[in-house]
Design a protein around this ligand. Structure first.
Ligand code: PXP
Length: 250
């Protein structure tokens, strides 16, 4: 079966910790548990306002976990300096607006080409695998490729929020973007808003090799535990991926 990696995003473990300003629950402990549950990587977003993950969390994650660390970061000098200090396995460049509740849309790679190119090149020079978080839009995929980024992460938020026919439409956009990007030689990831209910169709997109999932896994952990929520997500991802092998042999 084609591999589909699961990156577990632990930002919201830090959200709960920060609600009381103490040390519990610790994101590093969650990352270690995620590793035991079969995660392939740990993803953490160091936001400009430090609303969840802190600088100290990034330092500890870089030093203490045995899984590849994917640092989500805005394209700012401050974040670049932090990335170059810790050299995570990967960096995913995301747009960031202070007032947003979460990352609301993809990067505008088309409009921000010159600005982003510098960050992509600096990260690549240090062998950090760079991905650009983009909407599943043909122009954005083309621009990401033109910029020299090796990976794109397709924003699944619009698909996750849509209902009925709009959901089918959004899924088709994801499939088309994945196919276009793969054709250009990009590695394709996807994430945002994925849950037990919507992950299977995304996992069934053959070009997608990594999903990054956080909020739902941490929320579900309240009811069944973090290990169980991750393992259940993995089962559903495998279910989607099995469709890919089925299609190939059909
Ligand atoms: N991928 C990226 C680039 C993100 O910014 C986020 C949210 O931080 C995720 C994946 C995970 O999204 P969610 O927490 O909704 O699963």
């Amino acid at each position: 079966m084609d591999t589909l990696r699961l990156g577990v995003n632990i930002d919201h473990v830090a959200t709960i910790r920060n609600a009381r300003g103490g040390h519990h629950p610790e994101p590093v402990r969650a990352a270690k548990l995620a590793a035991l549950a079969g995660a392939d990587g740990i993803t953490a977003h160091l936001r400009e306002d430090r609303r969840h993950i802190s600088d100290h969390d990034i330092k500890r994650l870089a030093q203490e976990i045995n899984l590849p660390l994917n640092l989500e970061m805005a394209a700012t000098d401050e974040m670049l300096e932090i990335a170059l200090r810790h050299i995570p396995h990967a960096a995913c460049i995301v747009p960031e607006r202070r007032e947003e509740l979460t990352t609301e849309g993809g990067l505008d790679v088309v409009g921000g080409h010159n600005h982003l190119k510098f960050f992509v090149e600096e990260l690549k020079k240090r062998s950090i695998r760079v991905s650009l978080f983009i909407d599943p839009d043909p122009d954005q995929v083309g621009a990401a490729h033109a910029l020299g980024a090796p990976v794109v992460e397709l924003h699944t938020g619009a698909y996750a929020d849509a209902m009925g026919e709009a959901k089918d439409f959004e899924l088709e956009r994801l499939k088309a973007a994945a196919s276009q990007g793969h054709g250009l030689g990009l590695e394709i990831h996807a994430g945002h808003g994925l849950t037990y209910d919507n992950v299977v169709d995304v996992a069934a997109i053959p070009e997608v090799v990594e999903l990054n999932i956080g909020h739902f896994l941490v929320g579900e952990a309240i009811f069944c535990g973090f290990e169980t929520s991750i393992k259940r997500m993995r089962v559903l991802m495998n279910e989607g991926r099995a469709r890919v092998s089925g299609e190939k042999t059909a």
